[in-house]
Design a protein around this ligand. Structure first.
Ligand SMILES: [Fe+2]
Length: 318
């Protein structure tokens, strides 16, 4: 029996997106409270995954030791030459990009970040932004791809795209800063499950009730995990992660910090993320952007948010 501590949980659905690229990786399944290694020859890998999916098996487990090989293969598959092949339909590119993100986040969740995982995250972000930049508008992107990806992926990518447009409004703009912001966006909720997002959104919207400690502390927990690899995760990224649920009136969480604690990049990130959140609330009706901006201006009226707010206003043409 394998020690489950050496295994990483992966969604069959995501692995299937890259199945033909990494035949040979060991798959393990929990059976009667123990983990069983699946037997297969290398050319049957995709068939095994398909059969598991047909049997409604959602998760399999892979060895820690295989995770680097897996990320190498996905990195290859996302490489410019393959990814930009005109034969690959754009919906498939969106789906593969999300699957790559979910796989790399699972690896980071278990093992912490390393050079390979951070590089793959940058590739994922780059590919998603390139697809977005080919769409005539954010709304067109949303309409076209909402069936091809999860809501969380859509929100993350739209936030990153908007953030890169807002950063471009400043003389100190740089790709490095955009990447620091994007890394925060990709990782800030890496410990949360689908249901958690609903609970947090409802709490932030209504202010009613209490969040569990796990949900309340997730910005700190994620930052702490990532801080262990300080050389790979920039300080600005960690700051954004810690601040992403704080509000300048001190009513945010987990620390209830006030306006003076927000640096410029964090302000840009928070405003873009909130704008996308509110746009979702409005069923992505871009006509509502004026009202959304007015609501954001009321909530983020602190001086530290001023410049970021005017840049956002000019990007969304209010
Ligand atoms: Fe969060």
């Amino acid at each position: 029996m394998d020690n489950p501590q050496n295994l990483i949980k992966m969604q069959v659905f995501n692995l299937l997106k890259f199945a033909d690229a990494f035949a040979g990786i060991e798959l393990h399944l929990p059976v009667d409270n123990r983990f069983v290694k699946l037997n297969y020859s290398s050319d049957q890998f995709i068939e095994i995954l398909r059969k598991l999916q047909q049997k409604e098996v959602i998760y399999v487990y892979i060895l820690h030791a295989d995770s680097h090989r897996l990320m190498d293969k996905i990195q290859d598959s996302m490489s410019a030459k393959t990814f930009y092949d005109p034969a690959t339909i754009v919906e498939q590119k969106v789906e593969n990009t999300e699957a790559a993100l979910r796989i790399v986040k699972q690896v980071i969740n278990h093992l912490g970040p390393d050079e390979k995982s951070v590089k793959l995250l940058a590739t994922v972000n780059h590919r998603a932004l390139s697809i977005l930049s080919e769409s005539p508008t954010l709304h067109a992107f949303f309409k076209k791809f909402k069936k091809n990806c999860t809501e969380e992926f859509m929100r993350t990518m739209l936030t990153n795209y908007l953030m890169s447009l807002v950063i471009d409004k400043f003389p100190w703009k740089s790709d490095a800063l955009k990447e620091k912001g994007a890394l925060a966006s990709l990782l800030c909720d890496m410990l949360l499950e689908k249901e958690d997002f609903k609970i947090i959104r409802e709490f932030e919207k209504t202010g009613i009730g209490e969040l569990s400690e796990r949900l309340k502390q997730h910005p700190i927990e994620v930052a702490e995990q990532l801080r262990k690899k300080r050389s790979l995760i920039p300080g600005e990224t960690l700051t954004i992660i810690e601040l992403h649920h704080e509000t300048p009136d001190g009513k945010g969480f987990p620390r209830g910090l006030t306006a003076s604690r927000f640096n410029h990049l964090a302000c840009i990130f928070i405003l873009c993320q909130r704008f996308v959140e509110e746009l979702y609330e409005e069923n992505f009706n871009f006509e509502k952007r004026v009202e959304i901006i007015e609501r954001l201006q009321a909530k983020y009226s602190a001086k530290s948010f001023e410049k970021s707010m005017s840049a956002l206003v000019s990007v969304v043409n209010v």
